[in-house]
Design a protein around this ligand. Structure first.
Ligand SMILES: [Mg+2]
Length: 227
């Protein structure tokens, strides 16, 4: 029987890492390109890592080519891991991991995130959440976030999963836009990077304070998709 596919964002939705990602990007850009505070003023929340690279380069009057990404990513991953090794750095958000387990009773689950795949794993490992996600879609999989839902559908099919509706769970208006671009439902939590008002204005299908207080409403929504 076809089941819904629930795609979880990471930053601000599952975990918060107190700026570790931004700091690690800044360290990598400075080390490899000499650009100081490279991400200042660059829109990061909800953007994919590849888009961030492009936007940073533009800020410094350069263009970014795909050939520059592997070295930058390598350096970033090292800087990120060093920060995430501090146990105080990663905060697992309310309701987790119980909510993921409850979701998996009613739906397929995957990750849908703007992180590079290895960065995503590093953040999930830091929050001890990795084992809940067998697969996902990442920055490497599309030109920008809006292209990620179709990739998730395709990947589910390749894995032999029969998917009915797709549900994107995120913390920013970019998550809502990405859901709409992929004809998916949008569920947002108020634990992340968009304001409560901006989230409301983006008209998600469900908006909850966090995944603990919104658990019942969210599971009720999933149950309607299983009928
Ligand atoms: Mg997020």
């Amino acid at each position: 029987m076809a089941r819904p596919l629930v795609c979880f964002d990471i930053d601000g939705t599952l975990v918060r890492t107190r700026g570790a990602g931004r700091e690690a990007l800044d360290e990598a850009f400075e080390a490899l390109h000499g650009w100081r505070s490279a991400t200042d003023g660059v829109h990061i929340a909800g953007a994919t890592d590849d888009v961030i690279c492009r936007d940073v380069a533009v800020r410094f009057g350069r263009s970014w080519t795909a050939e520059q990404t592997p070295a930058l990513r390598e350096r970033y991953l090292g800087a990120l891991s060093a920060r995430l090794a501090d146990p105080g750095r990663t905060e697992v958000l309310p309701g987790l991991p119980e909510m993921i387990a409850a979701t998996a009773e009613l739906a397929e689950v995957c990750l849908l995130t703007g992180n590079w795949a290895l960065g995503a794993r590093a953040k999930l490992d830091a929050g001890n959440l990795s084992r809940h996600f067998a697969w996902g879609v990442f920055s490497e999989d599309a030109a920008d976030r809006d292209g990620l839902v179709p990739v998730a559908r395709r990947r589910a099919r390749l894995l032999g999963l029969e998917v009915s509706q797709v549900v994107v769970v995120g913390d920013t208006v970019s998550d809502v836009r990405c859901a709409r671009a992929g004809q998916a439902l949008a569920v947002v939590v108020e634990t992340g990077f968009s304001t409560v008002e901006d989230l409301r204005a983006s008209q998600p299908d469900l908006q909850v304070t966090n995944l603990a207080s919104g658990r019942d409403e969210f599971l009720a929504l999933l149950a309607t998709l299983n009928r």
